[in-house]
Design a protein around this ligand. Structure first.
Ligand code: ATP
Ligand code: MG
Length: 461
């Protein structure tokens, strides 16, 4: 039935040219991916595009991940229908993007990205119908449509250029990507230097995907990476931010960051990483925090980007804070100045969206308050809406050796104690205690917030 329908479908024509090369066809019995491994939304979208007379394949990371036994993050579709043609098929869809126009098809909360096969004709020609590049060879637009083979060739890595047809349950492979999956080799398509120049984000993708997929980067693919690292300076900060976030939330953040550094790719992203990782305290802090984050991601627990950036930038804040205090500034104003300085620098370099600022600032500026264990101050601190994130952050500082482990233990005990025990804990904390205790006795104690969670847990929104 499906085959009959497909025969009908393939006789239809499209505005996008047909491929001339014959790809390897990998049948189900070899690759083992059933169409029910695709989300209903992606399957429905692909089938409806095919029913309208076009070709439609699941492509990119989803096919790769399924072949590797991983759960795909999202499903992308490639088609020979133009964005306008796709948009006409789906009532709930919209055309998005400028540099790369594609269609978002919505079903419920799920969004499927549908992109038209791209051609690969870079040129510095004035002709708008050609792909334009800047003086470093970076592609400035990518809206030239092509056939499926051309689309495969302009993707980044061979393992990302496999096309799964859900109707036939077949994979089309133009570039021996299937073999590279088998041997776990990450190989860039085409001339490595030219491909990195066209889009320097591919340098980061190589490192990220190799870590995430536990693949070996092919020698020729790896060779130019360190030399071309400065090209990242020309990439719009918002793209760097997106890629960096993917890396940090990949579940392999620690190995990715270590690898980025060894390839010299971190300069454009986290320039302070060198300095931080060279100090034993800084290295311990980031290592513990990223390990923790990776653990949470692998257990499907939420992780907040703001918390992550607070971690990555903390030692930058610390060093600036210390310098300002050494110059005679008072501790709290010095801390706020240091925070402003670090955040404004990172807005330029990494385009950390401003919506994260408030959380990052609060996590940092609450830190000195954990060290004041007298009077009503701890009670007030635990009622702060951002307490949990700041508390998790403080525990990481203790674990890394920046603060005494005793402080962390005290707070853990304080949070799990009842009101009476809390009062007792505070009464053993120093000479100012008595006076403050009398003054605030009428207030009721703040509720227990738990305290059994490990760092980077709650308050991660
Ligand atoms: P992830 O699992 O992180 O989503 P992915 O490979 O699916 O990895 P996406 O950013 O979702 O990454 O991209 C989808 C597909 O688009 C890729 O598999 C690849 O074929 C293509 N692609 C993405 N970025 C580039 C790029 N910079 N250059 C060429 N092709 C790219
Ligand atoms: Mg993807």
């Amino acid at each position: 039935m499906i085959r009959k329908f497909l025969r009908k479908v393939f006789n239809r024509t499209s505005t996008v040219p047909a491929s001339t090369a014959v790809p390897d066809t990998i049948p189900f019995k070899q690759h083992g991916i059933r169409r029910n491994q695709i989300t209903p939304c992606a399957l429905k979208t692909a089938m409806q595009i095919q029913q309208a007379g076009y070709s439609a394949y699941i492509v990119g990371g989803a096919v790769r991940d399924l072949l590797l036994g991983l759960t795909p993050k999202d499903f992308d579709i490639a088609t020979n229908a133009t964005p306008e043609e796709v948009h006409k098929i789906f009532r709930r869809s919209r055309i998005i993007g400028r540099r790369f126009r594609l269609v978002h098809v919505m079903c419920g909360a799920e969004i499927i990205e549908v992109s038209t096969f791209r051609g690969n004709t870079p040129s510095n020609d004035e002709d708008e119908s050609f792909t334009q590049t800047d003086e470093h060879g970076r592609l400035l637009n990518d809206n030239v449509f092509g056939n499926q083979e051309e689309d495969a060739v302009r993707r980044d890595f061979t393992v990302n250029a496999l096309y799964y047809d859900p109707a036939r349950e077949e994979i089309l492979d133009y570039l021996q990507g299937y073999e590279d999956i088998r041997t776990k080799t990450l190989r860039i398509i085409g001339d490595p230097t030219q491909r990195y120049r066209e889009d320097p984000v591919r340098l980061l993708r190589a490192v990220r995907l190799a870590c995430k997929l536990q693949m070996r980067i092919d020698t020729a693919t790896a060779h130019p990476i360190a030399d071309l690292a400065p090209l990242l300076q020309n990439v719009p900060p918002s793209r760097l931010f997106d890629e960096m976030l993917k890396l940090l939330l990949s579940g392999h953040a620690l190995s990715c960051v270590v690898e980025l550094r060894s390839q010299g790719l971190h300069h454009g992203l986290l320039p302070m990483l060198d300095v931080i990782l060279e100090q034993p305290l800084g290295e311990r802090f980031i290592t513990i925090a990223l390990k923790n984050t990776d653990g949470r991601i692998r257990q499907n627990k939420p992780v907040s980007p703001a918390f992550l950036f607070a971690i990555l930038l903390w030692h930058e804040v610390l060093s600036s804070w210390n310098t300002l205090q050494a110059k005679g500034e008072k501790p709290m104003p010095a801390l706020f100045d240091a925070i402003d300085k670090v955040l404004s620098l990172q807005h330029e370099k990494l385009a950390i969206p401003r919506r994260f600022d408030a959380t990052i600032q609060e996590i940092w500026s609450m830190q000195p308050r954990f060290e004041i264990r007298i009077g009503r101050k701890p009670f007030r601190l635990i009622t702060h809406p951002r307490f949990r994130a700041a508390y998790d952050f403080m525990l990481l500082r203790c674990e890394s050796g920046e603060l005494s482990p005793e402080l962390g233990e005290w707070w853990k005990a304080f949070l799990t104690s009842d009101a009476e025990k809390r009062e007792k804990m505070l009464s053993t904390q120093g000479p100012t205690q008595k006076k403050r205790k009398r003054r605030t006795r009428k207030k009721s104690a703040a509720p227990t917030t738990g305290g059994t969670e490990t760092p980077i847990q709650s308050e991660q929104s």
